[in-house]
Ligand binder design. Structure first.
Ligand code: NAD
Length: 286
């Protein structure tokens, strides 16, 4: 029977350290880290995500500045706002909530954010840094996943890690982070021939698919560590992960729940990156 990985508790501990550091920055330098949030359109899920991120900022004493734009905003206007935030010395991190309306190119928008303020780690410069093992900003959800693995002292060296999902925001970056920590990584996706077999070999399973309970509990190797990234709304209104939780729990050594696993960590890592951006801007200013 697996131990449940308590993402809320791990995130709370991290946020408390961040809060202390934010207070220190205020005391010593009179500065408070600032997050610029850009939200286009009225997608209810995006509004909820942004609200949660802003609430978390406030809890650790950071400033957040919301820029709400109508879905009809032109790409040029959005890019102009990003340039303004890039120049704003009181804004250390910029978050552009995705998805964007169809007439706006997400590539152009992500490219416009200064890599030094790209606390989501989506800019190609930061993606490239991750690929080459550099120090750039890294995406929050994969960073949160790595912290959860560390929280249970999961030894990754030489272990078989199977990542299901190859998105730019979760699957690919987390696969690179696992590789960096010397795991033997397999990336599975919608065209993978035998998912059951790939999962059955894994000492560590990271599921980032977006399909409720697609990963069956009896596929899990006995003693494996399972991190479930998926967030799926069931017809009952309840949330479910990508892993068949109750059955997987019987076989895994550790498993992260949904909700209460990866979700809180994503927000904590966003705060972590914003604090880091603020500290680095102080260093640059000498
Ligand atoms: P995505 O849609 O961009 O990617 C999904 C991936 O799953 C794709 O690479 C696809 O190849 C793979 N896939 C689809 N069907 C498959 C199948 N039958 N077998 C194997 N692979 C299959 O999604 P994403 O943005 O990477 O997000 C994945 C999930 O994680 C979603 O449920 C999302 O809501 C959740 N998520 C949670 C957080 C969080 O903070 N908790 C953050 C990001 C994403």
């Amino acid at each position: 029977m697996a131990t449940i990985i308590d993402g809320k508790a791990v995130a709370r501990a991290l946020q408390s350290e961040i809060k202390d550091e934010v207070e220190g920055l205020k005391r010593r330098w009179g500065m408070s880290p600032g997050l610029g949030v850009v939200l286009v359109g009225d997608d209810p899920a995006s509004h909820l995500y942004v609200k949660n991120k802003e609430k978390a900022c406030k809890e650790v004493g950071m400033r957040s500045e919301e820029h709400l734009l109508p879905a009809s905003v032109s790409e040029r206007e959005l890019l102009a706002l990003i340039q303004k935030l890039n120049r704003d010395r009181d804004i250390h991190g910029i978050l552009v909530q995705l998805p964007l309306p169809a007439h706006i190119s997400p590539e152009k928008v992500l490219l416009a954010v200064s890599p030094q303020k790209d606390i989501d780690g989506f800019h190609p410069v930061n993606q490239g840094m991750l690929l080459s093992g550099g120090e750039g900003f890294r995406p929050c959800t994969p960073m949160g996943i790595m912290k959860l693995l560390d929280s249970v002292e999961c030894d990754l060296k030489g272990k078989n890690a199977t990542v299901i999902g190859r998105s730019n925001i979760v699957g690919k970056p987390v696969a690179l982070m696992l590789l960096e920590r010397h795991a033997t990584v397999t990336i599975c996706h919608s065209r993978t021939a035998n998912l059951k077999e790939e999962v059955g070999r894994a000492d560590i399973v990271v599921a980032a698919i977006g399909k409720a309970a697609l990963v069956r509990g009896d596929w899990i190797k006995s003693g494996a560590v399972v991190i479930d990234v998926g967030v799926n709304r069931l017809p009952t209104g309840k949330l479910s992960g990508d892993v068949e939780f109750e059955a997987a729990k019987e076989r895994a050594s550790y498993i992260s729940p949904v909700p209460g696993g990866v979700g809180p960590m994503t927000i904590a890592m966003l705060l972590f990156n914003t604090l880091r951006a603020a500290k680095e801007s102080l260093q640059r200013e000498g």
